[in-house]
Design a protein around this ligand. Structure first.
Ligand code: ZN
Length: 322
């Protein structure tokens, strides 16, 4: 049995480049007042993608943004960068899909490109997508049905009957399941192409701990009983509002690892992999993209024997889809 895996640090969407500065959200008209400052910069979103230049966000001056499109206050930057000194106020704006196209505009998708962003841009865009997706679902008050409006600079919504709403996050566990031979269990989801495999994962249910969710989800999806869930790290996954919580867990004694039982609905196939099988350049396996915590967990397990990880090879040798 291998030694315990190290905790995951620097997950692509968990890096910090912003101080969210809660107190700055609260004054009346804070968004419009901050946008009027000449140094303020804005992350612009359209159709769930961010205005960008290559693998960097293209921040726009606050004075160049229509105030009707402002959605939230993201915070102030922590480090000097070529496009904004440390301490720069950054806001979030959402353009309508049919707004006139900007000169030379490129649009970046966080899920596809989050790993290539700087810590500052990853932090800004992860926060942006979480807010954009939350606001999109709460135009009406779930308590009384009335219209809601933006409050606290994008960090709340309020209806005229006094109900206040705040952004919510749905926790989901994702698990490195290992057997006594130190093999890794991966499953193929019904919604994926053939030969794509990833870790077992699922949402935490009401009234359940993370550890209970790990044991229940693995049992439901594979028929395997695991024990000793151990926390390895977490990453926001704002598509639309998940928080992925990574664990490792071992097959319980008395449980036969060969007794795999895919649920047949969500999971169609399950396989145990050795490290060498995952490293095999001719396997044709499709594995999770580089922005995901699933990928980071798999890489961490691969690195634990001192051998190569997937990153050591070029993409064309190993068809890892992004
Ligand atoms: Zn209400």
């Amino acid at each position: 049995m291998s030694s315990l895996l190290r905790s995951l640090t620097d997950l692509p969407l968990s890096r910090t480049g912003i101080n969210r500065n809660y107190a700055a959200r609260l004054p009346e008209n804070a968004l419009a007042d901050m946008a009027a400052e000449p140094e303020t910069r804005v992350v612009v979103i359209r159709s769930r993608r961010a205005l960008a230049s290559g693998a960097s966000l293209r921040l726009v001056a606050g004075t160049d943004i229509d105030t009707d499109q402002l959605l939230g206050y993201l915070g102030h930057t922590l480090q000097d960068a070529a496009d904004a000194p440390a301490g720069t106020t950054v806001l979030l704006a959402v353009e309508p899909d049919d707004a006139p196209e900007r000169e030379g505009a490129e649009w970046l998708d966080l899920r596809a490109s989050g790993d290539a962003l700087s810590a500052r841009d990853a932090d800004l865009l992860t926060e942006s997508m979480a807010l954009v997706n939350w606001h999109a679902g709460y135009a009406f008050c779930p308590k009384c049905g009335a219209d809601t409006r933006n409050d606290h600079s994008g960090w709340a919504r309020r209806c005229d009957n006094g109900h206040e709403l705040f952004p919510r996050t749905d926790p989901a566990v994702i698990v490195l399941v290992l057997d006594d031979a130190d093999r890794l269990l991966l499953g193929s989801n019904a919604l994926w192409e053939n030969n794509r495999y990833s870790l077992l994962a699922g949402f935490v249910e009401a009234g359940e701990s993370f550890e209970q969710a790990v044991i229940r989800e693995v049992e439901e999806e594979s028929g395997i009983t695991v024990t000793d869930p151990r926390y390895l790290g977490s990453q926001p996954w704002p598509f639309p509002r998940s928080l992925m919580v990574g664990f490792e867990a071992r097959v319980a004694s008395g449980t036969d690892p060969a007794a795999l039982r895919p649920d047949g609905e969500e999971i169609l196939d399950l396989r145990w992999f050795t490290r060498d099988q995952l490293r095999d350049q001719n396997s044709g396996l499709l594995l999770p993209g580089r922005t995901s915590i699933a990928r980071a967990l798999i890489e961490s397990w691969l690195a634990a024997d001192g051998g190569s990880t997937l990153d050591d090879r070029t993409e064309d040798l190993y068809p890892v889809a992004r």
